[in-house]
Design a protein around this ligand. Structure first.
Ligand code: ADP
Ligand code: MG
Length: 694
């Protein structure tokens, strides 16, 4: 674009280009736009008289009337109040946000078409925040439903409609599916489905459109699911085609390790261990996700997998998302392994240069058999002697993009001395994913589930308490401490401001120090230096601190069995899985544990649902299921983070039957129709295939 000759005077910031705004919604190509389907439709094809509209109850209606009065009122708050009338009656429109020029636009005598929900208020029929259009008498009505597209910031419906209409003139309309498949599966052709959804004909079954059960929707969902299945299966094939070193020996280390454990494995731990052991014997890389609720004992299983690698003459790596957690693993696992003569190395980003050099030397020479640290382990180009297995703990804590990088990096690390082999991978996650989701999203991962907690755990009693009753909670903390128990007091993440977050934690700490002068109160937050964090955590582990005030840094895996009371401030601000993770920090010992969710009233609808769920169940899978219900699969899986939803149309809760069909067709196409597979993937994913894998 040529530079403008004269800059307009007030152009401080260049406006964001429409293409960029569209790109933020993942709309880059014409096909992306064509597949950006309406979220819903508005019916502007009918006009009701005000009297008729008044009898429709709370539903969207459209009336056409003449403005009789337009006025700004100041009570109970500033608002624009417009009275309109037709032959049948009159109606008041209220706008709480409005522009100055609206009073001119809506001057008495103007004819307007108004859409909104009509209700009967104290002053008669009214609509709050209706949409409206100034029209001339006899202006034609649209004869089809008007699509409403999912929009982003700064993108109006009219911009989207224009962009989509113009894209529809350019795209390649050919049907990627073979005619025979359309026939057997009774699917609508691609072009008619897309056209219908953008421009529904006047006689369309509106209900089916809304419910997304219309054949046009079914076709779109099917295509989307097919693309997903194809991409996952391709990734799976690619993995199976790679080589890994077989790790066949469950030998003396494994045996000695098991023998010295102070407990027996649960049946569930034994089962997933067997699954992992089988994978590790294969000469293509394992790619297994180990899911288990908080406290289900994943660490021991990971250590036993590592033992198999070591027994087979290879090195193993264990990575955790934070230093606190990595450190805890290091102490625990080194404590188990070193007495058995296994050298364990510790490697994180915060090591001093000298220590790091020493550690990397031990790793490179092969002296260190097990290496524990943060993901700095893979970021820095550490040379391994013979790396056979990479374990990633709390995999869900990494963002989607990070997870992808981690996974690709891990695959890039050359195992052993052969450039063609890659290490086996075990990912662990405490955020259980409902089975239906796991099957579709993680189709190229094997999934193991620990569905049982070690014996002797006492359930955590959970209560939601209005924060005005804080004094009672403080008393409770006091008596717990006097009984020799320890307490976590968690402050929420404040997204807008880290400084503010720090402030709340510091204030809470000061408040507790004052309220509980006879107790030792510690404070840990993200801004502390690593050593300082560690000191506080250690003191808490040793029982020298009664109450630990913490930001969400303690969310991941911290294991202090003597802590039996957890208070969560502003619990309404936390997500369900986060609350569940946090609560998992207590109930690890034999003592009865409790979790008190302090909330600020009034509670919003979903916040209330979340707190109720926490009170009602402690089963991570049930919580995940409800979370999915509350948030929908896209957000549930953190798709928002990547900016691109993974499944936009299909709903795994209601469309399972389509998943099966898509999976079957995917299998057939992959076998015999590679060109069709390519065309379909290009149309639906256009370079985003990777995001389906994490
Ligand atoms: P998570 O799955 O949340 O990572 P951990 O591996 O930290 O759980 O285990 C939680 C606690 O349970 C640890 O203290 C661990 O030593 C203990 N534990 C693990 N397996 C068993 C078992 N089979 N019997 C008794 N305690 C166990
Ligand atoms: Mg853990």
């Amino acid at each position: 674009m040529p530079a403008p000759k004269k800059k307009p005077p007030a152009a401080a910031k260049a406006p964001v280009k429409i293409e960029d705004k569209l790109a933020r919604l993942g709309l880059r190509s014409d096909m992306d736009l064509a597949l950006h389907l309406p979220a819903r439709y508005e019916d502007e094809t009918q006009i009701l008289s005000i009297a008729e509209a008044g009898m429709r109850g709370m539903q969207m209606v459209q009336v056409e009337a003449i403005v009789t009065l337009c006025d700004i009122q100041y009570r109970p708050r500033r608002q624009l109040v417009v009275t309109v009338a037709d032959d049948s009656g009159q109606l008041v429109l209220r706008f709480l946000n409005f522009y100055g020029n609206q009073t001119k636009q809506l001057a008495a005598g103007t004819r307007v078409r108004v859409r909104g929900e009509l209700r009967h208020g104290f002053f008669g029929a009214e609509m709050v925040h209706p949409t409206y259009k100034v029209v001339l008498e006899g202006a034609p009505l649209p004869d089809a439903l008007t699509p409403v597209y999912p929009a982003g910031e700064g993108l109006s419906q009219s911009i989207l409609r224009r962009a989509i209409a113009s894209a529809l003139k350019r795209i390649d309309w050919h049907d990627t599916l073979p005619a025979a498949a359309l026939d057997t599966l009774k699917l609508t052709p691609f072009d008619s489905a897309v056209r219908l959804l953008h421009n529904p004909p006047p006689d369309v079954d509106e209900h089916a459109l809304e419910e997304r059960s219309h054949p046009a929707w079914i076709r779109m969902k099917f295509d989307e699911l097919l693309a997903q299945q194809l991409s996952l299966k391709r990734a799976q094939e690619a993995r199976r085609a790679r080589n890994a070193s077989a790790l066949p020996n469950v030998g003396s280390l494994s045996a000695a390790f098991l023998a010295q454990l102070p407990f027996a494995l649960t049946a569930a731990q034994q089962r997933v261990l067997d699954e992992i052991r089988t994978d590790l014997r294969a000469s293509f890389p394992m790619q297994r996700l180990l899911q288990g609720d908080v406290g289900s004992g994943k660490t021991v299983v990971a250590a036993l997998a590592a033992a198999q690698a070591i027994d087979s003459g290879f090195q193993a790596v264990l990575m955790a998302p934070t230093e606190i957690l990595a450190d805890q693993h290091f102490r625990k696992i080194a404590g188990w392994m070193e007495p058995l003569g296994i050298s364990v190395a510790w490697l994180t980003g915060s090591l001093k240069k000298k220590e790091k050099t020493a550690a990397t030397a031990r790793i490179e020479s092969g002296e260190a058999r097990l290496i524990i640290g943060t993901h700095a382990l893979i970021q820095d180009s550490v040379q391994f002697d013979k790396l056979g297995l990479v374990i990633v703990d709390e995999q869900h804590r990494f963002g989607v993009g990070q997870r992808l990088a981690l996974r690709n990096k891990a695959l890039d690390v050359t195992a052993a001395d052969d450039a063609q082999t890659v290490p086996h991978q075990l990912m662990m996650s405490a955020t259980p994913i409902p089975r239906t989701l796991a099957m579709t999203y993680y189709a190229d991962l094997e999934v193991s589930v620990i569905d049982e907690l070690p014996p002797g755990r006492t359930p955590v009693v959970t209560r939601a308490i209005d924060q005005i009753r804080r004094d009672e909670v403080i008393d409770r903390v006091h008596s717990a401490a006097q009984e020799g128990r320890q307490v976590y007091w968690v402050c929420p993440l404040i997204e807008e401001s880290e400084a503010l977050q720090l402030q709340t934690a510091t204030d809470t700490h000061a408040m507790l120090v004052e309220a509980l002068p006879d107790l030792r109160i510690g404070l840990v937050h993200g801004r502390l230096k690593q050593v300082e964090k560690q000191e506080v955590m250690d003191a808490f582990s040793r029982g020298e601190i009664h109450v630990l005030v913490a930001t969400t840094v303690i969310e991941v895996g911290v294991d202090v069995p003597n802590a039996s009371l957890m208070v969560i401030e502003h619990a309404e601000r936390f997500g369900l899985s986060q609350l569940h993770q946090l609560r998992g920090r207590v109930g690890r010992g034999a003592a009865a544990s409790a979790c008190l969710l302090l909330y600020q009233s009034p509670l919003g609808g979903t916040a209330k649902q979340r707190l109720m769920t926490m009170r009602e169940t402690s089963d991570g899978f049930e919580i995940a299921r409800r979370d999915l219900e509350i948030r929908g699969p896209g957000e549930f899986l953190g798709a928002r983070q990547s900016g691109e939803a993974m499944l936009r149309f299909a709903d795994l809760a209601t469309d399972q039957w389509l998943v099966e069909k898509a999976r079957n067709l995917a299998q057939t196409l992959l076998k015999s129709e590679p060109a069709i597979v390519d065309a379909h993937l290009a149309r639906w994913l256009g370079g985003r295939e990777d995001f389906l894998k994490v």
